[in-house]
Design a protein around this ligand. Structure first.
Ligand code: SF4
Length: 220
């Protein structure tokens, strides 16, 4: 856990943003260590433990060195560390496109309002669909331009559940919503067909970095 002006970092790297409305842009990533949420399809299990303690200032400098048009703070679960708030503030002072990607089980109410929030909606196959933080959905409806929700779906059941979830909470048509298939588990063509058939106002997306590099490559 981070202390004072330090954060626990898993890795800092330069890649192509893979799964949000910023997908395709070069992006500097600060991956914070630690999570423990235990989602079944987690592709960053290596970030759940360990990590190196680093001054916030140093992490900011290292991310800025890449000169990327956007910077993303991700994890693990970045909101578990108190140092994430000053980290995001410092990044927002230097770059207009700062993204926070979070698993969606902790409230984002203390995050700097300049940050673009990318929040997971965890469907049934994740094993943690009962942990989605409902408070975040209410916050999103108050300032939808800052919020984006992302659901990575493994099955028809996941799709139907998430479609109902975004409808029930008033997100459909109000916030940016991204649907993508779990890599190697749900055929993208099938998902595309369901979205078109139901005329959903969501953006379909493939996890770009998994097509550019091998799916299990770290630091991309
Ligand atoms: S919240 Fe994210 S990092 Fe944590 S277990 Fe789930 S997918 Fe993995």
């Amino acid at each position: 856990m981070s202390m004072g002006n330090h954060i626990l970092v898993s890795e800092i790297f330069h890649s192509i943003q893979g799964e949000s409305s910023f997908a395709g842009y070069p992006c500097a990533f600060i991956r914070l260590a630690g999570c423990g949420h235990g989602c079944r399809h987690c592709d960053t299990g290596y970030a759940e433990e360990g990590g190196m303690s680093m001054e916030i200032e140093e992490a900011v400098e290292r991310a800025m060195e890449f000169g990327a048009p956007c910077i993303e703070v991700t994890g693990g679960e970045p909101l578990l560390q108190p140092g994430v708030y000053p980290l995001l503030e410092a990044l927002c002072d230097l770059n207009p496109n700062v993204l926070l990607e979070t698993g969606g089980f902790l409230p984002v109410d203390r995050v700097d309002t300049r940050v673009h929030l990318v929040i997971d909606i965890k469907p049934p196959s994740s094993g943690v669909s009962d942990k989605n933080c409902i408070e975040n959905l209410q916050l999103a409806l108050r300032s939808p331009e800052r919020f984006e929700f992302k659901a990575v779906l493994a099955s028809r059941e996941d799709y139907l559940w998430t479609k109902a979830f975004i409808g029930e909470h008033g997100l459909a048509g109000n916030c940016a919503i991204v649907f993508g298939p779990v890599f190697g588990q749900l055929d993208p063509q099938q998902l595309a067909g369901w979205i078109l058939e139901d005329r959903l106002t969501v953006r379909m997306q493939l996890q770009l970095h998994k097509y550019i590099w091998k799916p299990d490559t770290r630091g991309v």
